[in-house]
Design a protein. Sequence first.
Length: 198
Amino acid sequence: MTEGTDTASEHRAAPADGAARERLRDALVAVAGGDRAAFESVYKATSAKLFGVCLRILQKRSDAEDVLQETYVAIWHKAALFDPERASPITWLAMIARNKAIDRARTGADARTASIDLATGIDDPAPGPASSAESSDSGRRLAECLEALEVRQRVLIRTAFFDGATYENLAARSGAPLGSVKSWIRRGLQKLKACLER
């Protein structure tokens, strides 16, 4: 007896759900045509569910309320894009709410409302004009001093410091004894230092 009652109530609920889905679909079609009354009926039928979607993602009620408003603005403008063949009306609406909430969560609602005054105590790690000019001048001097070295010393120093080659690698590449490579680099660095200090 109980099983029969449950089955009967399920059959009664299914057409009701189908009718609600159909009404929502028709309302969205009307919204696409600019029907404000249809838009109001879509809002009344779905706002609680969509607010739940937003709140679940954002956790903060005020953020969820803001995103819910953005969601309905998007629905008003995008209703013509709804395709009942691809998704049910509530699935399509929930997807818009979910995407808006995720966008808000990514950007961080608090970050967007922070005052510019908060940035005054933050140091800028980028070099200022004076240090950029000095760095540029140092780089030019280093290049000039490297060019003044013997070719062998210049190549070994560049390969060691810019390519990260070890003494052993340099000896193998050049075919010279390890002791000679170390000696050439040491003398080259001494010349380089003297040049840079002039």
